[in-house]
Write a protein that binds this ligand. Structure first.
Ligand code: DNO
Length: 356
């Protein structure tokens, strides 16, 4: 298990590479060029600059997240071929700089969604990301976008890039009436377009789950259960077609047995990488993000790490969203302290498992 940390780049992250390097057991970052619009080619010089900086700090950058998929690909428009072509170029460019895994998602329009980005945790005065479907009430997609942007405190939020939400109404319109089957068909077309390049360059594609793990605003979503990922894996036989299992996203639905899912896809060789975090379910479609510790949430982190150890021990993982603790302010979910505690805890579980 290679422990990594998400880093948004020196222009946009409140956390420095040196701070990341000082976290015990940290080997690298899951990199991100947060200014790139979906569909844009990631040029070699900008990739080299980002990765060069990471390496100079004594860290590796073998995973990139997220190279966002253009809506025209997800919606299956004729213009998709141009964007798939651009995606192929980005894969080649990233591979030239040592990238082995690319995390993407295939959620129409919205990536993750929360109703509060800084919900007070009454027990200890920290705060974390929170979702209660009831709070969506009459709020439409436009309203949630406005509120999320306001609550982001000036930070760009991954998945909420302004350019992809600018034409929200037109984009939403494209998905009206689209079934999960049709969306899956569009994913197959995308995979058929990029898998030969992945094979040629040795790059693994890892699809991130829908977050939360159910459809929202009537949009089709196809990556929130074991059955969904079985279907995804069946779309293309290449071992480069894998899942980025995010325990917190999948864990928002109590029906998902997370250690079981890790074992299932680990044994198939289809876990590309993982985000490991905990979630505390508070009721029907109602949860908050918890510290990584098992007893603070509903996921058994020991069982999850053991499943990694038994079935896919060589993958890259990262602690995921942290709470805001000790007075820290920053990009919601992506502060330093709680994620660093999460990494140390997960490394502790790993050491205990390897020695027992
Ligand atoms: C949320 C992240 C996601 C993830 C993308 C991958 O904080 O885990 O935005 O990076 O879904 O494409």
């Amino acid at each position: 298990m290679k422990m990594t940390f998400r880093w948004f780049g020196s222009r946009s992250d409140s956390v420095t590479l040196q701070q990341i390097r000082q976290i015990p057991g940290m080997t690298g970052v899951m990199g991100f060029l947060d200014y790139k619009a979906a569909g844009e080619i990631w040029n070699e010089d900008e990739i080299a600059a980002y990765i060069g900086e990471v390496r100079a700090a004594g860290l590796a950058c073998e995973v990139i997240e997220s190279v966002n998929v253009h809506e025209d690909i997800k919606a299956g428009l004729p213009s998709r071929d141009r964007y798939i072509d651009a995606y192929r170029t980005t894969i080649r460019n990233l591979a030239k700089h040592g990238v082995q895994v690319i995390v993407y998602n295939f959620m129409p329009v919205f990536d993750w969604l929360r109703t509060d980005l800084a919900r007070l945790i009454p027990e200890d005065g920290s705060n974390s990301l929170y979702f209660h479907e009831r709070d969506l009430g009459d709020m439409g997609p436009m309203e949630i976008v406005r509120r999320t942007a306001q609550a982001a405190q000036g930070f760009s939020l991954p998945g909420w890039e302004p350019e992809r939400l600018a034409e929200l109404e037109t984009t939403l319109e494209r998905y009206r009436g689209m079934t999960a089957g049709q969306l899956r068909h569009n994913l197959r077309y995308f995979l058929e377009g990029i898998m030969p390049v992945c094979e040629e360059c040795g790059v693994t594609m890892a699809c991130h789950p829908d977050d939360p793990a159910w459809p929202i605003f009537g949009l089709p979503r196809i990556a929130h259960s074991q059955a969904d990922y079985d279907a995804l894996v069946a779309l293309h036989p290449s071992r480069r077609n894998t899942a980025c299992l995010c325990t917190g996203s999948l864990g928002s639905d109590p029906a998902n047995d997370i250690p079981g899912i890790v074992r299932h896809f680990g044994q198939m060789g289809r876990v590309g990488c993982m985000h490991i975090r905990n979630v505390k379910r508070l009721g029907y479609r109602h949860f908050r993000e918890a510290s990584h510790l098992s007893t603070d949430g509903d996921l058994d982190m020991y069982a999850i790490v053991k499943a990694v150890y038994d079935t896919c021990p060589h993958i890259h993982v990262r602690p995921d969203h942290g709470r805001m603790i000790w007075g820290e302010t920053g990009r919601p979910g992506y502060g330093l302290y709680d994620r660093a505690l999460g990494a140390a805890y997960l490394n502790g579980l790993w050491e205990a498992i390897t020695k027992s």
